[in-house]
Design a protein around this ligand. Sequence first.
Ligand code: SF4
Length: 379
Amino acid sequence: MIPISEPISLYVHIPFCKKKCRYCSFYSEPAGKHDTKRFVKALIAELEMYDFQRAVRTVYIGGGSPTSLGGSLLLSLIKSINLHCRTASEFTVEVNPGQVDLQLLKKLRKLKVNRLSIGAQSFNQPELDFLGRGHSPEDIEKAVVYAKKAGFENIGLDLIFAIPGAREDYWVRSLRSAFYLGPQHISVYSLTYEPGSVLYDDRQAGRLKPVDEETDRGQYEFAIEELARAGFIQYEISNFARGGFTCRHNLAYWKNKPYIGIGPAAASSYRNERKENIDDIERYIEAIENGRLPSAGVQSLSPLEVACETAVLDLRCMEGIDLEQFISQTGFDARQLFSKSIDRLYCQSLIEIKNGCLSLTRKAFPIADSVLSDFSSPD
Ligand code: SF4
């Protein structure tokens, strides 16, 4: 058994989806192709390889689509997690609209799941069809209504913008429909074209034209304004929450805190080591059944690499880098490590220093990836 004594977040990866969305390059396969019962047994066996004691603060079951496991397998997995992770105070399950009913949600709630992340993506059927989502806007509405009836008081919705066609009224409708349903958390992501996805191939072959940068930026900025007007506080580049409803699990990632991932392709970060699990369902199960850790490799990071990683992650959050805390967390002074980048970005009004924290300015949000790349290595 591997003893885990530092506070951690636990991520459980379910690599199954009903069908592949056209923008997705995550590792997932159709549930029907595999023995899901054997898979869940392996997942629980991997969980039991750890001695979590009182270390687990948050649990997140994601994927893939955890709901594509079917109710009874998902519930038995959650029961095992509860046995091993009694100290978790935030327990999130990702659900796909169209794959949940009131009965299942009530059972999840009874098993101490207290947060749902619902992959809405759009409230416009033509956009859902374009993205290859297997649900309708009505399914999203039903999922939220059922979740509330089941007693969930912490519900998150994910939305995608910059979808080709990019009709302004569509984006307005998606945001307003989300507000109308009253979630506590909303994430907004610009559509990306990841190698390995159908949309990537379509773009490469000239079968579709991505939206231009200006429209992409305009939709993001519109979302920031609308979300603020609707009472959501932006706490990360893509994430907005009502007061007290930030996702603690994801915040742990952005604060570069330790986490353990179980399941195929899941990543872990513990004591400056990055570990990745085998990204093949059958090989993963075989490793576990033979009593081996399903590890695909371990990478040790130097203190300097950890400092750079911490800076990039911190800057994703509105709070930014707490300069004093950064020194105690990493042993490095960010002002010295990134002095040239800080000077240059400051002159361009892309970063600011307030109350001892170095953070991105609003001007930098739409180009955050390129600004953050300046902190991925020391000057
Ligand atoms: S986007 Fe989510 S639901 Fe769609 S294929 Fe990818 S993991 Fe599955």
